[in-house]
Design a protein around this ligand. Sequence first.
Ligand code: NDP
Ligand code: MG
Ligand code: MG
Length: 329
Amino acid sequence: MVKMYYNEDADLKVLEGKKIAVVGYGSQGHAQAQNMRDAGLDVIVAELEGTSNYEQAVKDGFEPKSAAEAAKEADVIQILLPDEVQKKVYYSDVEPNLEAGNALVFSHGFNIHYGQIVPPADIDVYMVAPKGPGHLVRRVYTEGFGVPALIAIYQDATGNAKDFALAHAKGVGGTRAGVIETTFKEETETDLFGEQAVLCGGTTELVRAGFETLVDAGYQPEIAYFECLHELKLIVDLMYEGGIATMRDSISDTAEYGDLVAGKQVINDKSREAMKKLLTDIQEGEFAKQWLLENQVGRPGYNRKKAIDEDHLIEKVGAELRSKMNYLD
Ligand code: NDP
Ligand code: MG
Ligand code: MG
């Protein structure tokens, strides 16, 4: 089993007297900044003035600064900007304000691993990546628990980067649930693969394919929506709580037999080959290049593909059905 780090393995004291700047108050920023502040750490926040996230930071009791000001004041600078804007803000606002012995912190390795950000040699560079969306990272922390997290050390200029990373992860709540050490390479490549092949790309296409198959065969779209999208949550919740075996214990034997004989027909050798191709593109930097170029030209592919999917019947049917599910907020 992999080595797990818990509260007793991390000492917040190593960050005492250090100012931590969280640059970007979005999904991860609002969660990690507030958790670390609640843990007693000295946290400042950077946001763009006039944005709703700026107002949110004020509401949450921060006095947001510019990225440049925050980087200048702080000893530990955590970049929680969207991955595609990190390079620009880093070179214009952060790097000119770094001092020897500072730490640069990320929650995803994309910009370091693909060479978009190349930090000076005299600072620590580490990662604290909670394995969950920001709102969960915050909610779970306020309930006294934590979301598991990964840490990784890219550069250890002070000789203490791992102690800082563990303390940082403790501040965010990660050591309450367990922290695993990884590398920037492993985190970046597996994170991209997971969201493309399974969590986001794989799941959304699986849902649409099932929905379309039923609707094309003449079944009512509302029924297809319930069977292929709505009920997915119940199944995923069971897997989340107890793995695939527990989920299978909960479903009927008929459903379980269907699972056993049908799954491998849908996700077959061809699907596995496609997954390997995705992984190769990630490993060789092809996906990163495509995404960076996409951003440079104003996201034509992103915008069109998104618009096409938003126009899909499953979205219209779903919006109507969900409007009557008053328990959803
Ligand atoms: P978000 O887009 O939610 O938040 C980024 C924030 O940065 C926004 O509030 C944005 O403002 C703000 N911002 C943009 N430009 C500037 C600027 N020049 N100066 C100051 N603030 C600026 O990003 P995420 O939280 O999703 O992602 C942050 C990092 O965390 C990424 O590296 C991501 O890969 C990683 N991560 C994200 C997870 C998630 O669940 N979302 C999970 C684990 C890691 P505005 O929106 O107003 O433009
Ligand atoms: Mg990701
Ligand atoms: Mg059923």
